[in-house]
Design a protein around this ligand. Structure first.
Ligand code: GLP
Length: 244
C-alpha cells in the first residue's frame, strides 16, 4: 500500500495496532506485538504515544517482543535497542515493564543459544505474535536476518553484513566501534506472525523494495520471503514505491 508520505502511512498503521489492542482488550486477551527499531518505525511509535496521551489508548494488555539487539550491548548504552524502545515508546505509554522483551546483549556466548530458545518459547506460550512490525535493511534484511538467512532460521546470534555495519557506523562514531554481531529473532518466528507490516520510506529503499516485492523469493533478500506470508503488507511512501 502506497501513501502520500510516511506520516500518513504511520498514522494508518498506528490505527490498525490501536484497533487490535482494543479488540484484544474487549476479549480480555493480551495483545502480542513484535516490534522493530531503526528510523522507519519512529513515526509509528510517536503516533501510538499520541493515541495514548490524547485518546486514552492503554497498553496494559500489550506484551511485546523486539526483533533484535546488537551483541555485545549494555542496555543503558546510547545505541542499545532497549534505550531506543524506551525513548521512542515504552517510557511514554502504560506498558508494564515486565511485559516487554528485547534480546539481551549482555549474555556470555555460552548462554546465548538457550536464551534464544527461551525467547521463542515465550512467544509460543502466548500463542505467537499477533502482529509483527518490520523495517528493511538496504540489503533486504528483516530484523538482523541478513542475506543468506534461511526461511526456517531460528532466533540466534548472527554476524552483521559489512553493508549493515556501514549503515550503523554513524551511530557508533566509526566502523571500528560498530558491533560485528547481533541477536535476532529468526525468519521462522517472523513468518509465523499472524499479521506482518513492513515499513519503508524514501528513495534509498526503492531498489530493495522492488527486489522484495516483484523479484523471486530468495534467501539473498530475506524480505522476499514475505511474498509467501498469508497476511503481510508493505506500507510505503511514494519514494520507496517509485521503482515498482
Ligand atoms: C537495523 C534494524 C532493522 C531495521 C534496519 C533499517 O538494521 N536492526 O530492524 O529494519 O536497521 O533501518 P532504518 O529503518 O533506519 O532504515
Amino acid at each position: 500500500v502506497v501513501f502520500e508520505d510516511s506520516k500518513e502511512a504511520s498514522a494508518q498503521v498506528a490505527k490498525e495496532i490501536a484497533d487490535l489492542i482494543k479488540v484484544k482488550q474487549s476479549q480480555k486477551q493480551p495483545c502480542i506485538l513484535g516490534l522493530a527499531t531503526g528510523s522507519s518505525p519512529k513515526g509509528l511509535y510517536a503516533e501510538l504515544v499520541r493515541l495514548h496521551k490524547e485518546e486514552g489508548l492503554s497498553f496494559k494488555n500489550v506484551i511485546s517482543f523486539n526483533l533484535d539487539e546488537y551483541y555485545p550491548m549494555e542496555p543503558d548504552s546510547v545505541n542499545s535497542y532497549v534505550r531506543f524502545m524506551q525513548e521512542q515508546l515504552f517510557n511514554h505509554v502504560d506498558i508494564l515493564p515486565e511485559n516487554y522483551y528485547i534480546p539481551d546483549g549482555t549474555l556470555s556466548k555460552e548462554e546465548i543459544r538457550d536464551y534464544c530458545d527461551q525467547y521463542e518459547s515465550k512467544i509460543e506460550a502466548l500463542g505467537g505474535l499477533d502482529l509483527q512490525i518490520l523495517g528493511i535493511g538496504g540489503n533486504g534484511h528483516i530484523g538482523f536476518n541478513e542475506s543468506g538467512s534461511l526461511q526456517n532460521s531460528k532466533t540466534r546470534l548472527v554476524a552483521l553484513d559489512h553493508i549493515t555495519r556501514v549503515a550503523a557506523s554513524g551511530d557508533f562514531s566509526g566502523l571500528e566501534n560498530t558491533p560485528r554481531t547481533a541477536i535476532t529473532l529468526g525468519v521462522k518466528k517472523i513468518m509465523e506472525a499472524k499479521r506482518v507490516i513492513l515499513l519503508a520510506w524514501g528513495e534509498r529503499k526503492s531498489n530493495i523494495i522492488k527486489a522484495s516485492v516483484e523479484d523471486e523469493v530468495t534467501s539473498l533478500v530475506p524480505a522476499s520471503y514475505l511474498q509467501e506470508h498469508r497476511n503481510a503488507t508493505f506500507i510505503l511512501d511514494q519514494a520507496a514505491a517509485s521503482k515498482l
